[in-house]
Design a protein around this ligand. Sequence first.
Ligand code: HEC
Ligand SMILES: [Cu+2]
Length: 351
Amino acid sequence: MSHISPVIWQFLVKWMTNFAIIPPEASKIASEMDALLFFMTLVSLFGLTVVIILLVTFSSLYSRERHPVAEQIEGSTLLEATWTIIPLGLFLVMFVWGATIYFRVFTPPPNAMKIYVVGKQWMWKAEHPGGQHEINALHVPTGQPVELILISQDVFHSFSVPAFRVKREAIPGRYNTVWFEATAPGTYHLFCTQYCGTAHSVMGGDVVVQTPEDYQKWLAQSTSGTSLAQNGERIFSSLSCAACHNDRPDARGPNLANVYGAKLPLANGRTAVVDDEFLRNAILNPSQHLTEGYAPIMPTYQGQISEEGIISLIEYIKNLDSNYRIQQTMTTPDLLPESHGKAAPAAQGVK
Ligand code: HEC
Ligand SMILES: [Cu+2]
């Protein structure tokens, strides 16, 4: 950590990773987390030492042989102020330091690349917008913030990559996000750190961190040929969503083009920002999020679409333009070279 002493810090970290005391530091936040943890450990050790020294000294100084008669001490303001102010200062340092890191850890940068991760008994499934699917594996590039959108298909799971110092709950029925920026190419362990049933201990895998060039090669090699948005388009037409949501003026449902990110007025007088969570709820519990000016005619799709299907539908709606065509197809934004985006097959409009 640069603001401690770089040399001592690097030595310490090398030593601790070598002896498997801490996992390797493979993300931007890792060294900051470790520095804070290290500071807190040092402060605790210091406190422990002071207490032990005082304990031993006083036990021998005021033992019954040396001090047969107890002596009453009525207190010392100076002493009490000292042992209040010094720990208070130390705790405040930890608080401010911890809060700074906390806010960074919980605020994904806006340019983060998004990957969906679905947890289920007992595996992690990663869904890249470009149509790459992985099980118990996750490929990411270095030097690029990656935001994972986590959800569970059954019970609570917890997504954890110790080398990145990140861990977040995958909750049934709700999206949760976690982000990191990998710094060093390599393979790191991925765990489920929430007991989730019989095979919990095998619910894990590898995070493969690649250089941006290798990552692009991987993306191109591993695509299933159908992006999430294209898959969403298929589901959209097979479930007849397009019967109500289309670009005709007499459509019974609202036009979903450009709805993502918009502020939507609701029938209950509130407004909602349309994000992944909102779309998921709008599809599964339409009656709870009625859009202003529309009748409650949309059926619920609870139990009819898998979590992956919902993710695809969300990607489809995100990428819709006004003619119900998908703007982006096989690309993962900003990562693939131009030609890939252009070579992708044009999406069929749903009419
Ligand atoms: C019978 C007609 C109908 C069908 C079929 C239908 N919807 Fe809707 N949908 C509506 C209406 C009407 C609303 C607005 C009232 C509301 O919020 O429920 C709506 C609202 C929505 C919204 C909220 C966003 C907004 O602009 O209001 C989303 C997202 C949505 N539908 C997606 C879907 C998807 C995905 C499907 C297919 C799985 C689907 N709908 C099927 C009629 C329909
Ligand atoms: Cu689990």
